[in-house]
Design a protein around this ligand. Structure first.
Ligand code: FES
Length: 352
């Protein structure tokens, strides 16, 4: 088949302008514009039989879509809505829902696939360069809009009727305030609530898994122990809110390995207690590397060095993990010597 037989609207323009001007590199513009690659005709552009095949494929897809739509209607009318069927691997499901979903899915897919195939194989394949143009209106259009506005203001008589004008301004000013009241639905302000946790002087550290108060000898070197404040039980009404702030991880280090002076002072025999809540967006930290004393947050890989004040050594967290000052009580149990001195959790909260 010769190119004379190709429908004219399908043949792309071959001029240099259609492919964009090819730039030349020079000292002011070291990157030459390579222009567009030479246009290649599709098989449908040069072979009428291939074009017919594509046409039939598109028509077939649209026909299947019509049949699927009829199937959808038939499913809705004839399938009882309490009938269930077994479909592997979904198990037992409603026959009507399955049929409706399947037929509607096929109907929509075939319309989309037909349209895409039509566009890719049969619609015009000309490459067109659309130059950018200024988006501001022309001076004539601006003048007309201005004149129309003045004309509208004049016809509305807003200048001659100050009562209407003033009440309209009042109404327009007040109406956005109604949105402000909807903010009440966000609940009461947190005030100091997020700055404090259940930890307080004398509060024992309780193992989160065994629910037993911890002694220093329970903390083995190299292990990571999770703790909660004594008295906080899962059946407490506010358990989730409180544990989200008070969750603690405890590690025993060799005191000689602790680089941060304050960390050493706040530890007990090398046992350090840090907030378990990542300061990035609040995931619970759970991975400990005992050789390096690094803990890793599994969410976005923030890494904290527990031997150096839990400072961030990698990842998006913006602050070190807050440390809890600990000691032992008269019965030899680990206890807090106060609350955290800074808010726990995500760094976006004002840290004062
Ligand atoms: S929440 Fe821990 S790194 Fe993002």
């Amino acid at each position: 088949m010769s190119s004379q037989d190709i429908p004219e609207e399908n043949l792309p323009a071959e001029s240099g302008a259609a492919h964009g001007a090819v730039g030349v590199a020079d000292e002011h513009n070291p990157f030459a514009d390579p222009g567009l690659p030479p246009h290649e005709h599709r098989i449908q552009d040069i072979d009428e039989r291939a074009a017919k095949r594509s046409e039939r494929t598109v028509a077939l897809l649209f026909t299947v879509s019509m049949l699927a739509t009829l199937g959808f209607i038939a499913s809705y009318v004839w399938i009882p809505n309490d009938k269930s069927i077994f479909i592997w691997p979904l198990g037992h499901i409603s026959a009507m829902n399955f049929a409706l979903g399947l037929t509607l899915g096929v109907a929509l897919f075939c319309i989309g696939a037909g349209a895409v195939h039509w566009a890719r194989t049969l619609m015009s394949d000309a490459e067109i360069a659309d130059e950018r143009h200024p988006i501001e209106a022309s001076p004539e259009v601006r003048a007309k809009v201005h004149a129309d506005f003045k004309q509208g203001a004049k016809e509305s008589a807003i200048g001659r009727r100050p009562l209407i004008r003033n009440t309209l301004l009042g109404a327009l000013t007040l109406v956005p305030f109604s949105g402000l009241f909807l903010l009440r639905d966000l609940g009461s302000l947190p005030h100091e609530k997020l700055r404090h946790t259940l930890w307080a002087k004398g509060k024992r550290l309780v193992n989160m898994n065994t629910n037993q108060p911890l002694r220093p000898e329970d903390i083995a070197t190299g292990s990571l122990t999770f703790a909660k404040p004594d008295g906080l039980e899962e059946n407490n009404e506010d358990f989730q809110n409180e544990i989200a702030k008070a969750a603690l991880m405890i590690v025993r280090l060799q005191p000689d390995n602790i680089k941060d002076k304050r960390e050493l002072e706040w530890s007990h025999q090398g046992i350090v207690a840090y907030s378990k809540i990542c300061t990035h967006v609040g995931c619970p930290i759970s991975l400990y590397e005992q050789q390096t004393h690094h803990v890793l947050c599994p969410c976005h890989q923030s890494t904290f060095d527990l031997s150096d004040g839990a400072r961030v050594i990698f990842g998006p967290a913006g602050h070190a993990l807050p440390q809890l000052r600990i000691g032992v009580d008269s019965e030899g149990y680990l206890q807090a010597l106060g609350d955290f001195e800074e808010p726990v959790g995500p760094a976006f909260w004002e840290r004062g």
